[in-house]
Design a protein. Structure first.
Ligand SMILES: Nc1ncnc2c1ncn2[C@@H]1O[C@H](COP(=O)(O)OP(=O)(O)O)[C@@H](O)[C@H]1O
Ligand SMILES: [Mg+2]
Length: 424
């Protein structure tokens, strides 16, 4: 049942001036309000209005300029814990809008309902609470629009709703969202930290691998020196002694035969020592440089494997020196590539070529063997070792191969020719 107080005391309210875009219920209310004396003669119409106001599901009340309630629907009063009669005539601000959610008082001049209708404006608010009779509050959404009489504001009509369930769901959603963001941020931070650790250990491993290569080369060099100085010298002395004996025992054929055998064994031992020394530290690399060492390596490979070998180095490059460590690294890579050719390729020919591309040096070794499926990330030590050596030189190693289509391994050393006098 709509409760109302006489409003305007017989004022001549005939032409309602209604704010554009008002909800239907408020349009009706405003019409009802302004034409009240006419409507009172129109019982059926008034009944319709009452039904409508009681059926909206929203709280609806009207106030005069002093903020006193002049009507309120049943559901509105119930939301506040009152009956409609108990609310009529009460100042609505002090009744249900007196404090903020944190209980701080809200002075009436801060009340947006009052401010808005005193300025002749509408307002829609959904971030405040309304207070019940029992002192509890609920989160509310309300809209207040001025009621005008010929341009003069005479009151306001307010619709309001309890939106605590919706706000609660919104908060839960926001919390879930925040929690998700927090977890994503945490996970991202964890992943970045793990990535950084991985990167650091990768760098450390690369440095370790490069250091181990250097140490290994040093050790090989020192073992080679010892073998050369001690074993080599002893074998040479032994051979000289045997030669002397051979001359002395020339007249004793059985001993001579024995001695010939001993000389042969000594020569074989010297050949073996030379091979071991070359493997440990190719003297030609130290004495004649990388290009001569590579050519010698290929010749030696040809004589050992009976494969057709071709060496093709641009003449201009032959003056180019890379420094001791780089040259031994390139030599070891070539050595490993050739070992792979002999072990896996079943090739009939191999070609080693070197040429310049701008400031880069490219050394390629190609075989015409059975080829392979190139692994995206090599895990076997031969290919890995070559990659690491290339990387330590600031270069890169590329393997092009297909099963049945041979293999090409290309080492690119970037910018090494920048300081060399090599015509393009
Ligand atoms: N020139 C080649 N032709 C065919 N297959 C090759 C060649 N080089 C390497 N491979 C393949 O790549 C694999 C990995 O080589 P590598 O890392 O040097 O290991 P390993 O020689 O000890 O087997 C070899 O086992 C072989 O299957
Ligand atoms: Mg290998």
């Amino acid at each position: 049942m709509l409760r109302r107080r006489p409003f305007g005391h017989g004022s001549s309210l005939t032409r309602p001036v209604v704010t554009a875009a008002l909800p239907a219920s408020q349009l009706l209310l405003t019409a009802m309000f302004t034409d009240l004396h006419q409507l009172s003669h129109h019982h059926a119409w008034r009944r319709q209005l009452e039904l409508l106001l009681e059926s909206t599901g929203e709280g609806i009340y009207g106030i005069d300029l002093g903020g006193r309630c002049i009507f309120i629907n049943q559901i509105g009063a119930e939301m506040l814990g009152f009956s409609p009669d108990e609310v009529l005539g009460r100042n609505m601000h002090y009744l249900m809008h007196h404090s903020h959610a944190d209980s701080r008082l809200m002075p009436v001049h801060d009340c947006r309902i009052f401010r808005a209708f005193q300025q002749g404006q509408g307002v829609r608010v959904d971030d405040e609470v309304l207070w019940r009779r029992d002192g509890t509050a609920f989160e509310a959404e309300y809209a207040s629009y001025p009621i005008r009489d010929g341009g003069k504001v005479v009151g306001a009509v307010v619709t309001f709703n309890d939106i605590s369930t919706r706000k609660c769901a919104e908060r839960a959603l926001q919390e879930a969202h925040n929690e998700l963001e927090r977890r994503v941020a945490q996970r991202t931070a964890d992943l970045s930290a793990a990535n950084e650790q991985l990167r650091q250990s990768h760098v450390a491993l690369q440095r370790l691998s490069s250091h181990l290569n250097t140490v290994r080369e040093e050790e090989r060099r020192s073992v080679a020196r010892d073998i050369h100085d001690e074993l080599g010298a002893s074998l040479t002395a032994l051979q000289l002694e045997l030669n002397w004996l051979q001359r002395r025992l020339a007249s004793e054929p059985p001993l001579q035969t024995k001695l010939d055998g001993m000389v042969e064994i000594t020569q074989a031992a010297m050949g073996a020592v030379r091979r071991i020394l070359t493997d440990l530290r190719p003297g030609v690399l130290d004495h004649l440089g990388l290009w001569a060492a590579l050519e010698w390596l290929l010749q030696d490979f040809q004589s050992r494997s009976a494969l057709q070998c071709r060496y093709d180095c641009a003449a201009a490059l032959e003056r180019c020196r890379l420094g001791r460590d780089a040259e031994i690294a390139v030599y070891r890579i070539a050595q490993e590539v050739l070992t792979n050719v002999s072990r896996h390729a079943q090739a009939s020919s191999v070609e080693l070529s070197a040429h310049a591309e701008a400031q880069d040096l490219l050394i390629a070794i190609r075989d015409d063997g059975r080829g392979m499926q190139v692994p995206a990330q090599p895990s076997s030590f031969g290919l890995l070792g070559m990659r690491e050596r290339a990387r330590a030189l600031g270069g890169e190693l590329r393997i092009d191969s297909q099963p049945g289509a041979g293999t090409r391994v290309t080492l690119r050393l970037r910018n090494v020719l920048a300081l060399q006098e090599v015509p393009a």
